[in-house]
Design a protein around this ligand. Structure first.
Ligand code: FES
Length: 239
């Protein structure tokens, strides 16, 4: 038998079982995910006495030791995103990208905070145009693994022009534009980028600013040297 506190509530466990199974199956805390079930992937990370469990630490260390890898938040809550940025800084991870589902829920104060911790923010076209009551992942994802904000109503997020304004306000060097296009219910990604760029042009952005959020910032994240000419797929064998 063991007694401990989970999110401030004292609980007693009678039988020997995995913490993951107890949290999910008995307490119903399905935000704790089961990835590999064997301590390797870190998706079941919880804080024990304020410290993340071992698999998380191992993964953070691998990323820190391999600067060509960058860390992406996935769809997590604001506080989790802030904590992740702090952990990344502690581990010496230089490249952190907060996904659009985080970016769009952050307050301006929280944006300041995560930018100060060195994160880049994704701005996603679908979030400002197509996100609504039609979920984007239900088609192929078990309900418990859906993004936490799936199926929420089309929250007013300022539209594309509001998104453009926010990027300018905090500095275009901090943002990477994506589209989420290409998934269930959305058109091809190329069309998404065409629309994004058209909207940014409409907003009076310069070519340089547009290139920054659509190309340069992402290239830095991926260690791509933009001075090397791009060879389109299918033509490399002819060069
Ligand atoms: S599910 Fe726990 S580390 Fe993978």
């Amino acid at each position: 038998m063991a007694t401990f506190s989970v999110n401030g509530k004292t609980v007693t466990v009678e039988k020997n079982q995995k913490l993951l199974r107890y949290l999910r199956d008995t307490l119903g805390l399905t935000s704790v995910k089961d990835g590999c079930s064997e301590g390797a992937c870190g998706t079941c990370t919880v804080l024990i006495d304020g410290k993340p469990t071992k698999a998380f630490s191992d993964i953070m260390q691998i990323i820190a030791d391999n600067p060509q890898i960058y860390l992406v938040s996935g769809h997590i809550s604001n506080q989790e995103a802030i904590d992740l940025c702090k952990y990344a800084k502690d581990y010496g991870i230089k490249k952190v990208l907060l996904s659009n589902a985080v970016t769009e829920h952050l307050s301006e104060q929280e944006i300041d905070q995560v930018l100060g911790l060195g994160a880049k923010l994704e701005k996603c076209l679908a979030e400002h145009t197509h996100t609504g009551t039609i979920p984007k992942t239900h088609y192929y994802v078990e309900p418990e693994y859906r993004a936490y904000d799936e199926g929420q109503s089309g929250a007013p997020k300022g539209g594309v022009y509001g998104a453009a304004e926010q990027m300018k306000k905090f500095g275009v060097e901090h943002f990477i534009c994506g589209t989420d296009f290409g998934v269930y219910t959305l058109p091809h990604p190329v069309e998404g980028f065409r629309e994004w760029i058209a909207c940014l042009m409409d907003s009076g952005w310069t070519d340089e600013e547009i290139r920054m959020v659509t190309t340069v910032n992402a290239a830095k994240m991926l260690d791509i040297d933009l001075s090397v000419p791009f060879v389109p797929y299918g033509e490399a064998c002819e060069k």
